[in-house]
Design a protein around this ligand. Structure first.
Ligand code: MN
Length: 203
């Protein structure tokens, strides 16, 4: 496993394949208040690519091109938050999306635990540490522990996707899962327009 760290943008000519796992770290969970600090990416081969975003914003043309590439599937855990953060701080996420949290909720109806830690433990027998979850991601120099933690949020998403797909296919839920993934871009628009707490489908 290798962890690569870049400033502001991905390097030129880095090909992360047809499905890229993506996660973000911010200074908090409030989309309006808290800025993006780090974008983690992996093509599922065990390497993680971390792009540090400074407080003083600079352009990220290679990252933008990847996020807008319609031929690349973006794989998230809780895509709703990451897509909104990326929309607000980099650019809209276009093209196919897969969310392991939505997949888990549709597939693993026997459980109410759909966190990344639970999924890795149950489906992959991998124990993730969440120790660095509350940390200052805006720091200029990331610690080794922060880099390892950030990387671990993208390293296992490809394997989780294939495990979850097995259950979705077996239970006849793959199609509705993809409809939910396709709705994410509109869910994010609703969040950014202030409808984050209103279920517009509710009575
Ligand atoms: Mn994370």
């Amino acid at each position: 496993m290798n962890i690569f760290l870049y400033q502001h943008d991905l390097p030129d000519n880095l090909n992360l394949g047809e499905t890229v796992a993506i996660d973000t770290e911010t200074r908090g969970l409030n989309l309006k208040r808290d800025r993006l600090c780090l974008v983690q990416l992996s093509n599922g081969n065990g390497d993680a690519h971390l792009v540090q975003i400074a407080a003083k914003k600079q352009k990220s043309p290679n990252l933008e091109a990847l996020l807008k590439n319609n031929r690349v599937e973006k794989l998230f855990h809780f895509a709703r938050f990451d897509m909104a953060v990326l929309f607000g701080n980099v650019c809209p996420v276009l093209g196919p999306v897969y969310c392991t949290k939505i997949a888990s909720k549709l597939a693993r109806t026997y459980s109410d635990r759909h966190g990344l830690k639970e999924l890795c433990s149950e489906l992959l027998s991998i124990e993730l540490s969440k120790q660095q979850q509350s940390t200052d991601w805006g720091t200029e120099i990331l610690s080794e522990a922060q880099k390892k933690y950030a990387a671990s949020d993208v390293l296992f998403l490809h394997k989780l996707k294939s495990k979850l797909n097995e259950q979705l296919i077996r239970e006849g839920k793959l199609e509705i899962a993809h409809h939910c993934f396709n709705f994410l871009t509109h869910r994010v628009t609703l969040d950014l327009q202030g409808f984050q707490d209103l279920d517009v489908f509710h009575h």
